[in-house]
Design a protein around this ligand. Structure first.
Ligand SMILES: [Zn+2]
Ligand SMILES: [Zn+2]
Length: 383
């Protein structure tokens, strides 16, 4: 039995920052993606293959299919590395990771994060493509509990009866006890930031399945990995790191695209970037977290948003981000810039007051102008 390799499925390669290939949008081929998600199908383009596939006109669709299902070309470094057991799946603009060797016995792999709401069919299909039909992880571990990282979790749990792990300080938002602090749509200056006012901020309730990550730093089901507490973006945010090959799954502690911009988020333009600003309520902690991750000198990183990156240039960019964090990552003004939200084991206890947000007033003004214009037009026509 063969498994199809749909455009949104597993990408085991890592991109060199030195030679970033242009993402190849999936809508350039005639093949149909998952019918359930037409919008996602259109937007989920991009591949990390380093060599473009040339499809000559006149080739039948079957041939095109064959060209695209062959193993992606690995870069030299990735071939020497052991990271072939970490694959990433992109659900529109959010990444999640499948950790484990393809072809391993059932349930000896782990899912890191659970994508956007509605993306469960993608995740299941990607997992089955990689690990075989009926594949089920031994656990799901979460970098943090934002809606775009736990969106499909309930649906996945209905299918997979597995434990979930998150940091102890993230549990209030995942067990129905506390919502995250309100987003700050005024920072970052992009459509994704402006839209953040509408993003759900919980709380979610997975109290029936979730438990704290082991206190000894180990990651259940992922031998050789450890979790690192990287607060700032959320109080209980964690990154996952494997020392043996310096592979880092950073979640949203930093990301590899300018997530505040819809264009960058959808085209996945690579760039080492601070955590998504609109959802980061504690910048001092966020800086310390990036410093700590940069000090590990990771060789390859996968983040919550943007393509996986590897190589010296990536590391230099990450170290630059840590060094210049206040200048390049922290917004100049915003709700959480001078004062952080305060949280404890029970959830959010204090948030600074909101800052003036010009957008609703601009939209209201536009709306009023439109109504006034229509009334004037009608009255002049009537007269
Ligand atoms: Zn987040
Ligand atoms: Zn995120």
């Amino acid at each position: 039995m063969t498994f199809p390799n749909p455009p949104w499925a597993v990408r085991p390669t890592w991109v060199h920052t030195a030679s970033i290939p242009h993402p190849r949008p999936s809508w350039t081929n005639a093949r149909l993606g998952p019918k359930l998600f037409p919008a996602m199908r259109r937007l989920s383009g991009g591949t990390t293959e380093t060599r473009p596939i040339v499809v000559r006109s006149g080739e039948s669709e079957a041939q095109v299919q064959k060209l695209e299902t062959k193993e992606p070309q690995r870069s030299l470094v990735a071939e020497q590395a052991v990271a072939a057991d970490v694959a990433y799946v992109r659900t529109v603009f959010v990444n999640l990771f499948l950790c484990g060797r393809p072809g391993v016995p059932r349930a000896s792999w782990v899912l890191i994060d659970a994508g956007l709401p509605g993306s469960a069919p993608w995740i299941i299909a990607a997992a089955e493509e990689r690990f075989g039909p009926g594949a089920r992880p031994s656990a799901i571990v979460l970098t943090h509990g934002h809606f775009d990282h736990v969106g499909a979790l309930r649906t996945l749990l209905n299918k997979w009866d597995v434990p979930i792990y998150a940091h102890r300080l993230e549990l209030p938002y995942l067990t129905g006890r506390s919502a995250y602090p309100p987003p700050d749509p005024t920072v970052g200056g992009g459509a994704m930031a402006a839209l953040s006012r509408f993003y759900p901020r919980g709380p979610y309730d997975f109290a029936d399945r979730i438990q704290p990550l082991p206190a000894d730093g180990s990651v259940p089901g992922m031998p050789g990995w450890r979790w690192i507490h990287t607060p700032g973006h959320t109080p209980g945010h964690v990154a996952f790191y494997r020392d043996s090959d310096r592979t880092l799954i950073a979640g949203d502690a930093f990301v590899t695209t300018k997530q505040e911009s819809a264009i960058a988020a959808l085209t996945q333009r690579p760039e080492i970037h601070g955590p998504p600003a609109y959802f980061t309520p504690d910048w001092a902690s966020a800086r310390r977290s990036v410093e700590e991750l940069a000090a590990l000198k990771p060789l390859r990183v996968g983040t919550g948003h943007g393509p996986p990156l590897e190589g010296q240039e990536m590391l230099q960019d990450l170290q630059r981000l840590a060094r210049d964090f206040d200048r390049v990552a922290v917004p100049r003004r915003g709700r959480y810039v001078r004062e952080s939200a305060v949280a404890d084991e029970s959830g959010v206890v204090a948030v600074p007051p909101p800052v003036p947000d010009p957008l609703p007033r601009i939209l209201l003004g536009l709306g009023l102008a439109l109504v006034a214009g229509a009334m004037v037009r009608r009255s002049t026509r009537a007269g």
